[in-house]
Structures are given as structure tokens and as C-alpha cells.
Design a protein around this ligand. Structure first.
Ligand SMILES: Cc1cc2nc3c(=O)[nH]c(=O)nc-3n(C[C@H](O)[C@H](O)[C@H](O)COP(=O)(O)OP(=O)(O)OC[C@H]3O[C@@H](n4cnc5c(N)ncnc54)[C@H](O)[C@@H]3O)c2cc1C
Length: 193
């Protein structure tokens, strides 16, 4: 199944927010390969979600982001054969699904860019600040070439228009699912639906 490209990432958060990996162009997002999942919702119920049962929650749990709708306790995935030699696919479009097919809206993006910076443990605060400043200025320089969308699994606390950036036209539907399954906002964080 198509996972992320980094071994330290947990399957639940990866899947709930979308899940972009090296074979995603061939097999879709991690979340595109979920057949069914179980979610404990705010009312304490264990709910099976798939295309015929709790279909709205199933839609939201494929790209709507972790920590929003309940606690996912199990996933059932579609798997694909992997031979001894693994090939990497780079062909467009990167997924056949429409932007509204699941909560993951960024189906028409050509690529995503990730800006990272690292420093040795124990670095001086001034050096760390310089790294941050470099990263911020690089991000700023790339703005003219970016769509303004942002991947909800690369959560960015500085993003003020995160609703539009993470979810675009899907945001309204996500708020409806939220109101159905978590009306008292038991599950929340600063950028929660
Ligand atoms: C080093 C690194 C590499 C990455 N590489 C990739 C990559 O290749 N592709 C990609 O798509 N993304 C990648 N990401 C982003 C990654 O998908 C997100 O950070 C994702 O949220 C990680 O999920 P987690 O369960 O490990 O994280 P956590 O920090 O444990 O969880 C993230 C969010 O999901 C919620 N959550 C976690 N478990 C559950 C659950 N069982 N039910 C409900 N909510 C839950 C948490 O409350 C939190 O809000 C990377 C991140 C890092 C740090």
C-alpha cells in the first residue's frame, strides 16, 4: 500500500490527512486505499466507516486531517503487489480522483514543495534564528509560483487562511461532518475543522 516516504510517520495521521508517498502517482494517496476504518466518535460509539456505512465520516477521514472527527482505531487497506524490484512512477495526473471525491482537495496540484531546515543539537540561538529566517525568506520567495494551497499534514501554525489552503471547496462539507459527529468540539486544536 502507498505509505509516506519517511519511516517515522504514524499510519493514522498520515492516512487521515491524505498520505503522499513515492508510489502515490501510481496507486493514489494512502487514504485513497482505505476500504474501511473504525472510528470512536465523541459520543463514545465505535463506528465502522466505508462507502455504504457512515459514508460522510468515511469521506472526511480521507484527507480531513487527524484529530478532527474521532479516534481511528483500525484501518483496512487495499494492497498492491510489490516485486523484488520497486519502480517509481512519475506520470500525470497524479490521481484520477476528483478534488471532492474525498476530503483531500489537492488533486490538481502539479507538485508539492517542502521547506525544511536542520541544525546540530546545541546550536546557538542566533544560529537557529538565522536558519528560521532563511526558511521564511525562501518560502516567501516561492510565493509567486505557489498555488496558495497547503497540505494539511504539513500543518503550519503561521498560516492564517488555513481553512482555504488545506481544504478549499471541501471545507464546508467538513464542517457539516464535524457538526454531525462532534457537535461539542471534543476533538480540537488551533487549526481544527
Ligand atoms: C519527518 C516527517 C516526514 C513526513 N513525511 C511525509 C510523507 O512522506 N508523506 C506525507 O503525506 N506526510 C508526511 N509527513 C507528514 C505526516 O503525514 C503528518 O505529520 C502526520 O500527521 C503524521 O501522523 P502521526 O500519526 O505520525 O502524527 P501525530 O502527531 O501523532 O498525529 C497528527 C495528528 O493526527 C491525530 N491523530 C493521530 N493518530 C490518530 C488516530 N488514531 N485517530 C485520530 N486522530 C489521530 C493527532 O491528534 C494529530 O492531530 C511527514 C512528517 C514528518 C515529521
Amino acid at each position: 500500500m502507498p505509505g509516506g516516504s519517511c519511516p517515522t510517520v504514524g499510519i493514522a495521521g498520515l492516512t487521515l490527512g491524505g498520505g503522499v508517498g513515492v508510489v502515490s502517482r501510481a496507486y493514489g494517496l494512502t487514504s485513497d486505499n482505505v476500504q474501511s476504518l473504525q472510528v470512536v466518535t465523541a459520543d463514545g460509539q465505535v463506528r465502522t466507516c466505508n462507502s455504504s456505512t457512515n459514508a460522510d465520516l468515511f469521506w472526511a477521514c480521507r484527507g480531513g486531517g487527524g484529530g478532527n472527527f474521532g479516534v481511528a482505531t483500525s484501518f483496512t487497506f487495499t494492497t498492491h503487489p510489490a516485486g523484488e524490484i520497486i519502480l517509481f512512477f512519475l506520470s500525470w495526473p497524479w490521481s484520477q480522483a476528483a478534488p471532492g471525491a474525498t476530503a483531500f482537495v489537492h488533486r490538481n496540484a502539479l507538485f508539492q514543495a517542502q521547506y525544511t531546515t536542520t541544525w546540530p543539537v546545541g546550536s546557538a540561538p542566533a544560529a537557529v534564528s538565522r536558519q528560521h529566517a532563511w526558511q521564511q525568506s525562501y518560502w516567501q520567495s516561492m510565493r509567486p509560483y505557489a498555488s496558495g494551497q497547503a497540505y494539511q499534514n504539513y500543518i503550519d501554525p503561521a498560516l492564517t487562511n488555513w481553512r482555504q489552503a488545506y481544504y478549499g471547496a471541501n471545507y464546508t462539507r467538513l464542517t457539516q461532518v464535524k457538526a454531525t459527529y462532534d457537535p461539542d468540539r471534543v476533538f480540537t486544536f488551533p487549526q481544527a475543522v
